[in-house]
Design a protein around this ligand. Structure first.
Ligand SMILES: *Cc1c(COP(=O)(O)O)cnc(C)c1O
Length: 350
């Protein structure tokens, strides 16, 4: 088997490997026996580290995937007769195979449009209006993605306004934070500023895309929502028996601050890539670069040429809207090589 490193790609931040801090923590946790099902010391430390990072007395639970975390979080808010309001591009709407509907037992996902994958007050308000009779599902949760599916971020003030509007209408707020660290690093704010201080009731804090081997943390700022969560996690097959191996990487990246330095690095690589793409004929960004993704329309021939050169990435919007994600380990050299290949392909084909 070859041990040569694999080429950096721009397909997704979950194509990257495990960051060194997390890998060392796995090694360290792998000594002898520990109590199973989360009653071990690493799990307690991870939960405490998350509470400290947010300066909140939150209830914290670890699960394997973001899809499960989102669906379980929404199921902690919604009954089967309720509805979730989210952006039409939201992961919970288009990338979870009906997981939220399934885990809530039938809650309806109601979508809104909005520029750059962001929910606006104007779009949210009419969607959240209660129908007042039994023919329609009752909006009960607002789900916001931070950073968004188009690599943009909500400012603390934007989040606060949306959360206030939700709470006024008796909706709870769920934040899909698969790339929460990228948003914090981008805004230069405290984690709490775009979480409970902005009004979030439950946050899914992403680890996988930020260098963990696997795992997301559910952070219940509204502790009442966590009622029976442990049983619902078990029922969903998301209770890890060897929980210490989910938890130890969290301890390592949180206690060292690596979760934010890795995210800042990924963001910086996206900025570098955006800078390299500026001025290439036929290339146009279709979202501002505020986190670790660059979204650009490319000439179709250039897409084919890049793929023929071994680059992997997704066409995300229509036939030419491409997504380029940077990760904790994306190198400046890879960004520059990719941009040079793109420039050459575009100059040849435009
Ligand atoms: C990746 C991602 C998730 C989590 O996906 P899983 O593959 O289930 O871990 C959730 N939300 C967003 C916005 C994502 O990009």
């Amino acid at each position: 088997m070859s041990t040569a490193p694999l080429q950096v790609q721009f397909g997704s931040d979950n194509q990257a490997g495990i960051c060194p801090e997390a890998l060392a923590a796995l090694q360290d946790a792998n000594r002898g026996h520990a109590i199973a099902y989360g009653r071990d010391e690493w799990t307690a430390r991870a939960e405490e580290a998350i509470r400290r990072a947010f300066d909140a007395d939150a209830e914290v639970h670890l699960v394997f995937t973001g899809t499960a975390a989102n669906a379980l979080a929404l199921a902690s808010i919604c009954r089967s007769t309720d509805a979730v309001v989210c952006h039409e591009m939201a992961h919970v709407n288009v990338d979870e195979c009906g997981g939220p509907e399934f885990m809530t037992g039938g809650a309806k996902v109601l979508t809104v449009a909005g520029e750059h994958a962001k929910v606006t007050l104007q779009a949210f308000a009419p969607r959240a209006a209660s129908p007042h009779d039994e023919h329609a599902s009752r909006p009960r949760a607002l789900s916001l993605t931070q950073a968004t599916e188009l690599g943009t971020v909500y400012t603390p003030a934007e989040m606060r306004a949306l959360c206030d509007a939700a709470h006024e209408r008796f909706l709870k707020v769920h934040v899909d934070g698969a790339r929460f660290a990228n948003a914090v690093a981008s805004l230069g704010c405290q984690p709490a500023d775009i979480a409970q201080r902005a009004g979030a009731d439950v946050l899914v804090l992403g680890g996988t895309k930020n260098g963990l081997p696997a795992g997301e943390a559910l952070v219940f700022f509204d502790r009442a929502l966590a009622d029976e969560f442990r049983r619902r996690r078990k029922q969903a097959g998301q209770l890890a028996s060897k929980m210490r191996f989910l938890a130890a990487p969290w301890v390592a990246v949180l206690e060292s601050g690596a979760w934010l330095t890795h995210a800042a690095h990924a963001n910086a690589m996206a900025q570098r890539l955006a800078g390299r793409l500026a001025g290439i004929p036929g290339v146009s960004l279709f979202a501002p670069v505020q986190a670790n993704g660059v979204f650009a329309h490319l000439p179709k021939a250039a897409i084919d040429a890049l793929r023929a050169r071994g680059w992997h990435f997704y066409v995300f919007v229509g036939e030419t809207g491409c997504r380029f994600m940077c990760a904790w380990d994306t190198t400046a050299e890879a960004v520059d090589r990719f941009a040079a290949d793109l420039r050459e392909a575009c100059e040849r084909h435009v």
